[in-house]
Design a protein around this ligand. Sequence first.
Ligand code: BTN
Length: 256
Amino acid sequence: MTSDEILKGLETRWLGRRIYAYETLDSTNDTAFQLARQGAAEGECVISEYQKKGRGRHGRVWLSPRGQGILLSMILRPPISPAETAKLTLVTGVALVKTAKMTLGRPFGIKWPNDVVFKDKKIGGILTEMRGEPDRVHYVIVGVGVNVNSLPAELPEGATSLRAIAGAEVPRLLFLREFLRQFEEDYGRFKSGHFKELAREWEELSATSGRRVSARTAGRSIDGQALGIDEEGALWIRTDNGLQERVLAGDIEHLR
Ligand code: BTN
C-alpha cells in the first residue's frame, strides 16, 4: 500500500493525511516515536508491509507475513494525563471492531482490553505507548495490527484473519481507510469529553463481559466472572468467593 493509494478516497479531515509508508521496518511504533520526537504532527501515520521486530503487549512479538496485514502506527497528541492513555486504547478497540463489523458484516468482538476477536480467535491487536511527564502526555503512539489476508497457518496459535473469516480476500486499502475514518470520529468524541458513551459502546461490543475469565495482573491471578469496565477502562471481576476485584492493566484468558 502506498501513501497515494490510501489518500485517494480517504475520508478523514486530519488523520492519515500524511502517511509514511515502508516496505520493511523494525516496528512501525518505533519509527512513529522517532517522527514524533522530531515534531511530527497529530494524525501523521506510519505503515509497513513487514516488521522485523513487531511488538505486542507485555514484551510479546507481533508476527505478520509480508504484505498481508495492516501494520499501522498513529501519532497522537491528546491533552491528557498518562493514566488516561488506557482509555485511548479502548477507544481504538471500539473503532477497530466497528470497522471489522462494517467491512465484513460479521459479529466481531473486543476481548479486554483491546484484542479484536471473532469467536475467540484474534484478528487484531493494539499497542499504545507514550512519552510524557507524570501529569502530561507529550505524544501517544497507537499501534494497530490486523491480520487481513494472511493464512491462519502462517499466524500464531489462537489467531485468524479476515480472509479466513470472509472466505475471500479482503481489500486492505478499504479496511484501512474505513478504520482511519472511524477512529478520527471516535477520537474526536473522546477528546470532547464523551468517553462515557464510548465505554458504553465498548460494553456492547465486548466479548469479555459476562464470561468466566482468568486475569493475570501484578504477579497474581484472579479467576471469576467478568462484569464489565468502569470509567477508567478497568475490568471488574466477581471472584468465586464473591469479592469484586478491579483489574486496571493486565491480560486475561476467556475460560469455557
Ligand atoms: C497486541 O495484541 O499485543 C498488540 C499488537 C500490536 C501490533 C501492532 S503492528 C503495528 C504496531 N507496531 C508494532 O510493533 N506493534 C503494533
